[in-house]
Design a protein around this ligand. Structure first.
Ligand SMILES: [Zn+2]
Length: 155
């Protein structure tokens, strides 16, 4: 038997529970990105002057030229819907009464995936201007969910 042959006499599945814990760190650029969301309600990107690109979320290195980035830019809180989808089921598979709108919001040369609210799903279009709605400062913890949702500009 080679290593790639399946042993047909062996069980093909096991039931069991594996206790798994993990800790994800934001890294240097992410730490400042999320701290500024928490403390100031602002979205900061990092700018590469070689490539004239501004990264959102902030990155420590330019993905094109690999330069270390230390120029921080406030990109504002308004972006453009690049694409979106509607969720008709909850994560547990139960049906939703109203669909949840999930958007990729283009900000600078990057963007964020988030919820869009305060708009009817049939009124969402690619290219519409949307702005971040932050939770009250006392409720922010340094997470992307410190942005409650995005809403249409002027909506
Ligand atoms: Zn670059």
């Amino acid at each position: 038997m080679t290593l790639l042959e399946r042993d047909r006499s062996a069980p093909s599945a096991w039931l069991g529970e594996l206790p798994v814990t993990s800790r994800y760190t934001y890294g240097l650029a992410g730490e400042r990105f999320f701290r500024t969301i928490k403390d100031e309600g602002k979205l900061l990107g990092t700018h590469c002057s070689n490539c004239e690109r501004t990264y959102i979320p902030a990155a420590l290195f330019c993905e094109r030229c690999l330069a270390q980035l230390d120029e921080w830019v406030d990109v504002g809180t308004t972006g453009e819907v690049h694409t979106f989808t509607l969720l008709y089921e909850n994560y547990d598979g139960s049906p939703r009464e109203d669909p949840e709108i999930v958007v990729f919001v283009e900000l600078a040369d990057g963007g964020l995936i988030h919820r869009l609210d305060e708009v009817d799903p049939e009124d969402v279009v690619i290219g519409m201007q949307v702005e971040a709605v932050f939770k009250p400062k006392a409720e922010r913890v340094g997470s992307i969910l410190d942005i409650s949702h995005f809403k249409p500009v002027g909506g």
